[in-house]
Write a protein that binds this ligand. Structure first.
Ligand SMILES: Cc1ncc(COP(=O)(O)O)c(C=O)c1O
Length: 408
């Protein structure tokens, strides 16, 4: 008799769960459903013409190299461009401080591989990015969570959490997924100081930093930390592992992200990457390099900001019009998400079932809570649907919410 597959898996496989979000949103693929559930960029802003041009140039001028195996660290000219972009806003880093990954999701997995022993605690925001929890659950991570408000992680609660002994702090400082919150400068400084005092590294995940629709850019934790540790020269050697990606600036289908970290951490990450996939797709790196080389990304980010700002504003306005007054929500200054808070006696998973019957979907907030809670919260994405769909979807959701509140 065949042994059940369930009995054959490693311990870590048993720890892997399929994403709750994917399970819940399986039903939202139908064309009649207006979904605020996914975290997708607007397909209208994908720069197809520029990709076509870059593909042609790359294949014509550097075809054989672009189709060959590459170095694990990533295509050097692309790393130089990334280093140059960092230097425009912040510190100078050397290409040796940079590893190109297959999206920042892969970097999250490698960080788990490098740092997490079974049972180790990771300090996360509550709520936090679900994909990081999925990556780290496989390594047997436990979590300590610190709540956040509109100014990001509540750093006055950080010290208590740090005393419980954590391996690293995971923070999403800009337009956080899922809440849209941004960590204030004051709290960034406090975070750096406490992390240093407790000897704990910070993982700064920053896919949305350039997608700001109002207010001033706030310096990255990487940048502030390098000042704190009096960083000299190009070789960053501070306390931060910084992640970013082209997924929201060009296209997620490229699967191109990067890590900036002290060289000794990069060397370990390179070993993890060698074992995982040798290197990030060479062709994609050449294409991204050809696009970034001309300064196109800087221009293109204006188009993305204009499009998403309009969508955010329409969602906020329509929510004000149609949502019941008992429901509260965040006003993100950038990014792709906002966060709704219903009265505590409503369960977002139950509300979602009714919403799907009315052809509108969102993600229930409990999935983003590493240590439980958040049953009455929801994440709404405003980047993917066009303005007319946003208005119709919010109207439908508002109707469902009013009915649910009356019923309870
Ligand atoms: C906070 C955060 N980190 C990482 C990722 C993964 O991005 P990538 O497409 O670069 O793997 C996402 C994607 O939505 C995200 O929101």
């Amino acid at each position: 008799m065949l042994t059940p597959w369930e009995d054959r898996y490693a311990f870590r496989t048993k720890k892997m769960g399929s994403s709750v979000i994917r399970e819940l949103l399986k039903f939202t693929q139908k064309p009649e459903i207006i979904s605020f559930g996914g975290g997708l960029p607007a397909p209208e802003v994908f720069p197809l013409k520029e990709f076509r041009r870059a593909c042609e140039v790359v294949l014509k001028e550097q075809g054989p190299q672009a189709l060959q195996y590459g170095t694990t660290e990533g295509f050097l000219p692309l790393r130089e461009i990334i280093a140059g972009n960092v230097a425009r806003y912040a510190i100078e880093v050397a290409p040796e401080n940079i590893l190109i990954t297959s999206g920042s999701q892969q970097a999250l997995d490698f960080i788990g591989r490098l740092f997490i022993n079974r049972g180790d605690r990771v300090l996360v925001e509550s709520p936090t990015y679900l994909g990081a929890l999925q990556a780290w659950n496989a390594y047997g991570a436990e979590y300590v969570s610190v709540p956040l408000d509109e100014n990001g992680m509540k750093t006055d609660e950080l010290e208590k959490a740090l005393r419980s002994g954590v391996k690293f702090i995971y923070v999403l400082p800009n337009f956080q997924n899922p809440t849209g919150a941004t960590l204030s400068l004051e709290r960034r400084l406090k975070l750096i100081e406490l992390a240093d005092r407790y000897g704990v590294p910070i993982v700064e995940d920053d896919p949305y930093g350039k997608l700001r629709y109002e207010g001033e850019h706030i310096r990255t934790i990487l940048d502030l930390d390098s000042e704190y540790h009096t960083h000299n020269g190009e070789n960053y050697s501070g306390n931060v592992i910084y992640l970013s990606t082209y997924s929201k600036l060009l296209a997620p289908g490229l699967r191109l992200g990067w890590v900036i970290a002290p060289q000794e951490v990069i060397r370990k990450l390179v070993m993890a990457k060698q074992a995982a996939d040798l290197h990030t797709a060479t062709l994609n790196q050449y294409i991204a390099h050809e696009i970034a080389r001309t300064g196109f990304v800087d221009q293109h980010v204006h188009t993305i900001r204009d499009t998403y700002k309009e969508r955010r504003d329409i969602m906020l306005e329509t929510m004000t019009e149609y949502f019941p007054s008992e429901v509260k929500w965040t006003h993100p200054k950038g990014g792709m998400f906002l966060w709704g808070i219903m009265p505590k006696n409503l369960d977002a998973a139950e509300v979602l079932k009714v919403a799907i019957e009315r052809n509108v979907a969102f993600v229930p907030g409990f999935a983003f809570h590493a240590t439980g809670g958040g049953n009455h919260t929801m994440r709404l994405n405003f980047s993917y649907c066009d303005p007319a769909k946003i208005q119709e979807g919010i109207y439908r959701l508002g109707t469902v919410l009013k009915e649910q509140i009356v019923k309870k």
